[in-house]
Unconditional design. Structure first.
Length: 259
C-alpha cells in the first residue's frame, strides 16, 4: 500500500469521525459500507443506518472530536483522539476498510484524568510516525512484551524491553519509568485490586507506534485494554492506554463481539 493510499484511508476515516461532531451524513454515506458495516461498540446498534440515526443526537449534546495521532496498517486505521462526549474523554478508534469502504469499527473510551503522577497528559507526546522500515520488528517486540509481561508468561524479561528507567508513561494512574510501574502495581496490590490480561486480539502498527487490543479483568470486571506503545531503538519508550469495562449482556445494543 502506497503513502497516498494510506492518506486516502485516513482522510475517509477522519471525515466519518468528524461527522459525529458536525451532524452531517455525507461522509458516512460515502465511506461506510451500506450492508457490511459491523459495529463492535456494544453501546450502539449494528450497521450504518444506526450511525446515521445517531447524528442529530450527537450534535445536539455537543459532541466534539479532536484527532491527535493516526496510524495505518494494511486495511486498518487507528485514531487516538480527545472526545467531548458527556465530558472530556480519551478515545482510540479502529476502522477496517474493504475495497475503499469502512466495514468494521472497534473503540475504547475513557474519562480524561487531568492530574497524573507522571505530569504528562493522557494524549500528549510525539505524533509523527518514524521508522516505517522497522514496523514489523516493532510489532514483534510489543507483542512479545504484552505476552511475556502483561500476560505474565515470563515476567523476568521485564527489564529487557526498556532502556533502563527511561519510559514515558501517559496512563493516568502510573508514574514514569519502570519505577513508576512498580509503584502503581504495589498500590493496586495493597488495595486488593487485581488486573489480568487473558486474550490478545489485535496488534496494529506503523513505524514506531504499535497498538495492542487485549481482553481481561480489572477488579473482577470484564475489560477491554487498548495499549499504545512508541518504540525507540528496539526498546519501549512511551505508553498510552484507554481502558473500558465491557458491558453486561443485558445492556448491549448489538450481538457482535466486543473484539
Amino acid at each position: 500500500m502506497t503513502f497516498n493510499d494510506h492518506n486516502e484511508l485516513v482522510r475517509k476515516a477522519t471525515a466519518v469521525l468528524e461527522s459525529l461532531e458536525s451532524g452531517r451524513p455525507e461522509a458516512i454515506t460515502a465511506y461506510v459500507h451500506p450492508e457490511k458495516y459491523i459495529q463492535h461498540n456494544q453501546a450502539l446498534p449494528n450497521g450504518r443506518e444506526a450511525m446515521l440515526g445517531a447524528l442529530d443526537h450527537l450534535k445536539e449534546i455537543g459532541t466534539k472530536v479532536s484527532i491527535k495521532r493516526a496510524l495505518v496498517d494494511g486495511d486498518f486505521v487507528v485514531f487516538h483522539s480527545v472526545y467531548d462526549f458527556f465530558g472530556p474523554k480519551i478515545g482510540i478508534d479502529i476502522f477496517r476498510f474493504e475495497n475503499g469502504l469502512i466495514v468494521e469499527h472497534w473503540d475504547n473510551l475513557q474519562e480524561m484524568v487531568e492530574k497524573t503522577p507522571s505530569s504528562h497528559t493522557m494524549i500528549d507526546g510525539p505524533v509523527t510516525i518514524q521508522d516505517i522500515d522497522k514496523t514489523d520488528a516493532n510489532k514483534g517486540l510489543v507483542k512479545s512484551y504484552v505476552e511475556n509481561i502483561l500476560f505474565g508468561k515470563n515476567p523476568d524479561l521485564l527489564g529487557s524491553y526498556f532502556d533502563g528507567d527511561r519510559y514515558i508513561q501517559h496512563s493516568p494512574h502510573i508514574g514514569d519509568g519502570l519505577s513508576g510501574l512498580h509503584a502503581a502495581l504495589q498500590a493496586l496490590a495493597e488495595k486488593k485490586i487485581e488486573f489480568q490480561y487473558t486474550h490478545l486480539h489485535q496488534v496494529i502498527g506503523q513505524g514506531d507506534f504499535v497498538l495492542t487490543v487485549s481482553e481481561g479483568l480489572f477488579d473482577g470486571q470484564p475489560t477491554a485494554f487498548y495499549d499504545l506503545f512508541r518504540v525507540e531503538d528496539g526498546k519501549i519508550a512511551e505508553h498510552w492506554d484507554v481502558i473500558e469495562a465491557i458491558l453486561s449482556e443485558e445492556k448491549r445494543k448489538n450481538s457482535n463481539s466486543r473484539f
